[in-house]
Design a protein around this ligand. Structure first.
Ligand code: NAD
Length: 259
C-alpha cells in the first residue's frame, strides 16, 4: 500500500482520524479534511508525516458544499498525483422526532452524510478508473441497516449511503475499483459524547450512567468500538486481499444489528 494516496473526509477527529492514522501506518499519503483548530490540525499533519514517513495535506473543504468538494479532490490529485483511496467519513447528527425536526437540520445532515459522498465519488472515480485502481469506503452506521427514533435524517442518509456504495460497486466492478460500507455501532467520539451529555441532562443522571445506558439500549456487547479497530477494517478493505470484496456492508457494532 506504500505510496498510495487517500482522502479521508472528516479526519480531524474521531473515526476519520483513526482511519487516516491506520492508513498512514501502511505508508499511505493522507489528505486530511474537517474542521478544527488550525494549530492542532498542523500538528496532526506533522505527527502523521513524522511517525509514518508519508506525505500529508489538509483541505478545509466544507462537505455540504459541492464546489468545495470538487476542489478537495482536484487538490489531492495535484498534491499526490492520484486519489487511490477515498474514505467518505464526515458526518453530523441531529436528534428530534419528525414533527419537530428542523428543515435546515434535515438539509445539513443529508448534505454532509449523504450528498457529499456522491460528489466526492463523482469527482474521484474517473481517475480511479483510468488508473484501474480505487478503493472507496463509505462510513455508514448501524443506522444504515436499522432505524432508531429521533434520527430520521441520519437514518435516511446512512441507508442512502449504503445504496450509493452498491451502485458504485456495480458500475465500477471491472475497473479495479471497489466500494464498500462500514457500519459501526457506538464509538466514543465527540459525535457520541454530545448525545451522552444530552441524555445525562434530560434524565438528570451522571455521564457514566448515561453512557452505559446508551450502550446497553442497542448493543449486546457493552463496549465502545474504537477508531483504531475501524481503521484496521479500512486497511483490509484497501488491501490487495480485498480486491474482490465490493458492494458489501461490514458491521463492527457489538452485535447491534444481529438482534
Ligand atoms: P466526529 O464528530 O468525531 O468527527 C466528525 C468529523 O467530520 C470531524 O472531523 C468534523 O470536523 C468533520 N465534519 C463535520 N462537518 C463537516 C463538514 N461540513 N465538512 C467537513 N468536515 C466536517 O464524529 P465521528 O463519530 O468520528 O463520526 C465519523 C463518521 O462515523 C460519521 O459519518 C458518523 O455518522 C459515523 N458513525 C459514528 C458512530 C459513532 O458512534 N461515533 C457510529 C456510526 C457511524
Amino acid at each position: 500500500m506504500r505510496g498510495r494516496s487517500a482522502i479521508v473526509t472528516g479526519s480531524t477527529s474521531g473515526i476519520g482520524l483513526g482511519i487516516a492514522t491506520a492508513l498512514a501506518a501502511e505508508g499511505v499519503n493522507i489528505m486530511l479534511n474537517g474542521f478544527g483548530d488550525a494549530g492542532e490540525i498542523k500538528k496532526l499533519r506533522q505527527d502523521l508525516a513524522d511517525t509514518h514517513g508519508v506525505r500529508t495535506a489538509y483541505s478545509p473543504a466544507d462537505m455540504s458544499k459541492p464546489a468545495e468538494i470538487h476542489k478537495l479532490v482536484r487538490t489531492a490529485e495535484t498534491e499526490f498525483g492520484a486519489v487511490d483511496i477515498l474514505v467518505n467519513n464526515a458526518g453530523i447528527q441531529f436528534v428530534a422526532n419528525i414533527e419537530d425536526f428542523p428543515d435546515d437540520q434535515w438539509d445539513a445532515v443529508i448534505a454532509i452524510n449523504l450528498s457529499a459522498a456522491f460528489h466526492t465519488i463523482k469527482a474521484a472515480l474517473p481517475g480511479m478508473k483510468r488508473r484501474r485502481f480505487g478503493r472507496i469506503i463509505n462510513i455508514a452506521s448501524a443506522h444504515g441497516l436499522v432505524a432508531s427514533v429521533g434520527k430520521v435524517a441520519y437514518v435516511a442518509a446512512k441507508h442512502g449511503l449504503i445504496g450509493i456504495t452498491k451502485t458504485v460497486a456495480l458500475e465500477a466492478a471491472n475497473d479495479g475499483v471497489t466500494a464498500n460500507a462500514i457500519c459501526p455501532g457506538w464509538v466514543l467520539t465527540p459525535l457520541v459524547e454530545k448525545q451522552i451529555a444530552a441524555r445525562a441532562k434530560a434524565e438528570g443522571t451522571s455521564l457514566e450512567r448515561a453512557s452505559s445506558e446508551l450502550l446497553g439500549e442497542k448493543q449486546p456487547l457493552l463496549q465502545f468500538t474504537t477508531p483504531a479497530k475501524l481503521g484496521a477494517l479500512a486497511v483490509f478493505l484497501c488491501s490487495e486481499m480485498a480486491s474482490t470484496t465490493t458492494g458489501a456492508s461490514f458491521s463492527m457494532d457489538g452485535g447491534w444489528v444481529a438482534q
